[in-house]
Design a protein around this ligand. Sequence first.
Ligand code: GLC
Length: 622
Amino acid sequence: MCSSFPVGAQAADAARPQPTVSPNDDAAAVDLAAYDAVADALLARMTLAEKIGQMTQAELTSLGDLTDIAELSLGSVLCGGSSDPAAGNSVTAWADAYDACQQAALNSRLQVPLLFGIDAMHGHSNVLGAVIFPHNVGLGCTRDPQLIEEIGRATALEVRATGINWTFAPCVTVPQDDRWGRTYEGFSENPAVCGELGAALIRGLQGARLDDPRHVLACAKHFVGDGGTTAAPPAKPDDPRTVALDQGDTRVDEATLRRVHLAPYRPAIAAGVGSVMVSYSSWNGLKCTANRYLLTDVLKGELAFEGLVISDYNAIAQTDEDFRTAIGKSINAGIDMAMEPNRYRKFITLLTDLVEAGEVPEARIDDAVRRILRVKAALGLLGPDPNVTADRTLIESSFGSPAHRQLARRAVRKSLVLLKNDGDLLPLGGGAGRILVTGSGADDLGMQCGGWTIDWQGARGEVTPGGTTILASLQQALGAERIVHAADGRAANGDDIQAAIVVAGEPPYAEGNGDDADLKLTEQDLRAIRDLHAAGVPTALVLLSGRPLVLDDAASDADAIVAAWLPGTEGAGVVDVLAGAHAPTGQLSFSWPRSVDQHPLNEGDEDYAPLYPLGHGLTYGK
Ligand code: GLC
């Protein structure tokens, strides 16, 4: 069933679709408590050092010759945003790195394999040649849980081609202020949409059995309220464009925290998610990482979450200026695994000291390790024949495959939202006149993909092989002879120009680097739109952005406007709609502001007056 957004003011309540995965849904795929016997048997054999080692996650690039893995009985290794194997960023280099790490883990006394984690959040997005799917901001506009589940399955296969068995996705954040640099990691401002699509992605990633080598462990993040922080004064006082939201303070009452930010975790847990990552942010001044009420009473108690709870990257140290104190606070609050990329030895030493001093009960350690071992048992890592080597047949059959590119292209089509179409300018397929294509994003794969692509912050230009830009796809679809590409929009007045397409938007960014106070288009793109309008050229504006942008005069100057979000490598999916092979069906999952001063702007606000409301989306011929 697709949840739908009835368009129009009366949609306020109806637009809050109920998640299709109800909290008591018996389709919950993975019952982790079923593995307690296996977990407890291994736990009973562990020394304190081995238990604390299992609670520790280190960064691959900090591990050197990998001997620390066995020596410390490390439970997990991760590759953060820009971390790649020493041998480079090819799919085989990643598979080699995974196999080497797992073999190192089998050298430990109890031979406990690793959880190897990575941010495969829109495809296997660290690895060259992987299919990069649309970011969640676009997927939220598809209203299609089945499609999202298929994307999860495809992503799991591409991740498993490198052996890796854990992705730090889905992000089930509910962004309330689009000036936040992580807005695009959220499906919607609407908690029900986030819960429904987050649960769908979990089902796709994890499958019905986690020991199925074609699936991976998922991770719902960031618990809780990461998208509800209050804008603070500029983080960089000398830069008026900045506003600090990322890792900030969510100042709301508990009812609001539950209604908006906690809500998506119920369907996520019902879908059997095996891990939850805790948010850097605070709730009313207390860091979530050190909030025992949220992590233990609510998440593990009330919501009965039976998987493992992991801290974010170096987040434990943010809970107190003294690292030993910070560790004690966080582990006692309910952190089971510590993402300590570089200070993993220090973490192990200090936590051991805390347990021996009686400041962290060994029962808390046992609870943490039981949860970690449950997940490893569910993944088939604790059996007689553990699944610890990459299945390299997937490199040929799945990694970057044509089938996955077609799936991504379909997702791109379904994520596009037609905001305006005066004079039915779109689709552009008909006519013989030439089409001017211009704008900062017209021929830029990196802008299509956004942040968390190959590098943490992403980059402009041809960031990865195998994709299609919007320009190249237009040349393919309409004939290269009809396309005039002008990077700066200057060729505005050619008399044989039938129409123009301006592809504008945001350069790639991730996390706090994307906190932005004004959300405007670049002056160059605005000038191109203005000049084309002044020249009387019918113009379609296509937006590549991680959130709704403030359009100012462009909203009236452009005859048609399409939100393409961050579509990823398959730019051809954008052209499928622009050229008319497919009609647009997307509907906004974020309210579109008239002015940045309206932020935070969300459906249900008293003075709700967006340029385009949640659920808005036109199609052709209506
Ligand atoms: C980052 C992010 C988190 C990510 C982790 C590992 O700082 O907050 O979403 O999964 O570190 O890269």
